[in-house]
Design a protein around this ligand. Structure first.
Ligand code: AMP
Length: 369
């Protein structure tokens, strides 16, 4: 019989998380003070979250015997990244409550479905077209204008599976570059946005329909990977207001029970366009661990567990920097700075571009709750 969660999850209960990366690790760390245990389900036996959890289920996402045992062992299921096959979430949802609903995962793991959904709730995005091969790219490039960004519809992250294309480019090799990186089905061609800033908003919605959002933040990328998040974003109140209203509209529109990161571009003309949404804690929200009353990870756990949401106010402004590859070797120097808060993810191999940890530098502010 299916276990349905229709009231707040009592302390001592078990939260199951699909995926064992740093987001799962920080979520598990946030679940502990609320009295919850966390079980991690991942195909990889050296994932960072496995170091801080109460139970581990190491098996492929397609292994229904292992999934059934996982569903048996936990009281609610969530996921820490959107590349978990949605069939896995659907299978589990027949046995135990899954939050956010698997249909949210299905939308967010495919860039085309995601953009179609956003259009259906009148959220402005970059202009886009579905493309299934180099000829389609040439056609769409004429419609959307040059340059464009060619992306896989599924499976890409941190710039993997995407490439800039212009009129006159060799589109055969651009297509190969895109699909060579990840196996992601048909592609999406997006108009290139000459943005003046990249911003994001993290919002949450509880099982009772309570909605909260953190302040709008500003993101800077290096080689398509998030490098720095500056809090708050250095944009006008009008822009941050627009961004926060969009994030709240999305969590309502998708009937989210959970937490979502909304990445947006700001154009010179003052438009705010959604780039993508992620139905889980987001890298641009890591600063909340050290600067807010309730971190994004605790908020995520609260939403998944059916608890009331916590206060999102910040006691400090912050700059969060990712530690990529061997940048994590500067840990001793970071620790000697009293304003710096170091977070390492426990990954053994510091491959170039790999997210090994982050550091948040705080600037305390005058504030009241
Ligand atoms: P994504 O994987 O979609 O989050 O893209 C990673 C980064 O690539 C974004 O944060 C942007 O810096 C850049 N990028 C992605 N799509 C576009 C676009 N349509 N126009 C301009 N830059 C983009």
């Amino acid at each position: 019989m299916s276990k349905t969660l229709d009231k707040p999850l009592p302390p001592g209960s078990v939260i199951g998380i699909l995926g064992g990366g740093q987001l799962g690790r920080m979520a598990a760390l946030a679940a502990a003070p609320l009295g919850y245990r966390v079980h991690i389900y991942t195909p990889k036996d050296d994932d960072p979250a496995l170091q801080v959890c109460d139970g581990r289920h190491i098996a492929p996402y397609e292994d229904e015997v292992a999934l059934a045992a996982f569903a048996e062992a936990v009281d609610v299921v969530t996921y820490e990244f959107e590349n978990v096959p949605h069939k896995t979430a659907d299978f589990l949802a027949g046995r135990v409550t899954v939050r956010p609903d698997p249909k949210v995962l299905k939308i967010c793991q495919n860039r085309l479905r995601e953009k179609d959904f956003l259009a259906s709730i009148e959220v402005p995005t970059t202009r886009y077209a579905e493309v299934t091969g180099p000829e389609g790219v040439a056609r769409a490039l004429r419609d959307l204008g040059s340059p464009c960004v060619l992306k896989t519809s599924e499976g890409g992250y941190d710039g993997k599976g995407q490439t800039l294309v212009k009129t006159g480019d060799d589109l055969e090799s651009a297509w190969k570059r895109m699909i060579g990186a990840v196996d992601g089905g048909p592609g999406i061609l997006e108009a290139y946005v000459d943005f003046s800033a990249e911003i994001s908003v993290i919002a949450a919605r509880s099982a009772e329909g309570q909605v909260t959002n953190y302040v709008t933040v500003e993101n800077h990328h290096r080689d398509h990977i998030l490098d720095q998040t500056i809090v708050p974003a250095r944009v006008s109140e009008q822009i941050s207001g627009k961004a926060e209203a969009i994030a709240r509209h999305i969590v309502e529109g998708i009937r989210l029970v959970g937490l979502i990161g909304v990445e947006m571009f700001v154009t010179a003309a003052g438009q705010v366009l959604v780039n993508e949404i992620a139905p889980r804690p987001h890298n641009s929200g890591h600063w909340t661990i050290d600067a807010c009353v309730t971190s994004q990870f605790e908020q995520f756990i609260r939403a998944v567990a059916g608890l009331p949401l916590g206060a999102v106010e910040r006691h400090s402004d912050a700059v969060m920097r990712n530690l990529l590859g061997d940048e994590c070797e500067s840990w001793a120097e970071i620790l000697s700075d009293p304003a710096a808060r170091l977070h390492l993810y426990g990954k053994s191999e510091a491959r170039p571009g790999r997210k090994m940890g982050h550091v948040t530098r705080l600037s305390p502010r005058n504030w009241t709750l």
